[in-house]
Design a protein around this ligand. Structure first.
Ligand code: URA
Length: 248
């Protein structure tokens, strides 16, 4: 089922950089100076291939290197899965992780509803996860929505653009940020949000008298699915993907 398998070996310079020992060029420099040893042997080659088990026998200036490798995956969440790592009753995204990753403390960043499909970031990088779910984070999340009810019109485009206020029974009014609504044929629309309130898309559509029939997240910032990525499949983010996500 996997397109892009998690590789259990990685370059020594990448492992050290990912574990917080410096940038790739700083790491290359201290490797060149002979400060890194594996099993007591000086290793100067930045491309030296390290397996997970070996990382516990690496030293930098005589101190053991803690291989706290962060992992990042983009899952195409399938319909009918909870955004959780485990559940007694229902299928959940944690079930889709291959067994060698189950011990890596990976968890989903944010939440998609049980029936929502599409981009879901999974990582064990707690700091990034915290940053991406913070209300201060204004990354665009793009949703493709199939709805029921009357066709959406320019009236809703303007309403969402202005920043609507949700007035729901039993709740204080909630002012939303400006959102971009693109009208598509066949009872579909594309909605771009910069915040992530609970069930936000459904609540916005409900406020206009429509209901969401199908919901698919196309992207989070620069993070997208691969063209041929089927539901249930995930790929490991490249260094460039990670850099962009952190930078945005
Ligand atoms: N908004 C929703 O209503 N549901 C989701 O799963 C994501 C955004």
């Amino acid at each position: 089922m996997w397109h892009f398998c998690y590789n259990t070996s990685m370059r020594l310079d990448k492992l050290l950089a990912n574990s917080g020992y410096g940038t790739r060029s700083e790491v290359k420099e201290f490797l060149r100076k002979g400060r890194v040893m594996i099993d007591g042997e000086v290793i100067r080659d930045p491309g030296y291939s390290v397996t997970e088990e070996m990382s516990f026998r690496i030293t930098l200036d005589g101190e053991e290197v803690k291989g706290s490798e962060y992992l990042y995956f983009c899952l195409n969440k399938p319909d009918g899965y909870l955004t959780a790592m485990s559940d007694d009753r229902l299928p959940c995204v944690g079930d889709l992780l291959p067994s060698q990753l189950k011990t890596k403390k990976i968890s989903p960043v944010g939440r998609l509803d049980y029936h929502t499909t599409g981009v879901l970031l999974l990582t064990n990088d707690g700091e990034l996860s915290h940053r991406l779910t913070s209300p201060k984070w204004h990354r665009e999340k793009v949703y493709l929505v199939t709805y029921t009810g009357d066709d959406l019109t320019e009236k809703e485009v303007a309403l969402f653009q202005k920043g609507m206020t949700l007035c729901e029974k039993g709740h204080a009014p909630e002012k939303l940020k400006s959102a971009k609504l693109e009208l598509l044929p066949g009872k579909q629309c594309r909605l771009t949000l910069t915040e992530g309130k609970t069930h936000q898309v459904k609540r916005m559509l409900a406020a206009t008298g429509r209901s969401v029939e199908l919901l698919h997240r196309e992207s989070i910032g620069t993070l997208k699915l691969k063209d041929d990525q089927l539901p249930g499949e995930m790929y490991a983010l490249s260094e460039e993907d990670i850099r962009l996500l952190k930078e945005e």
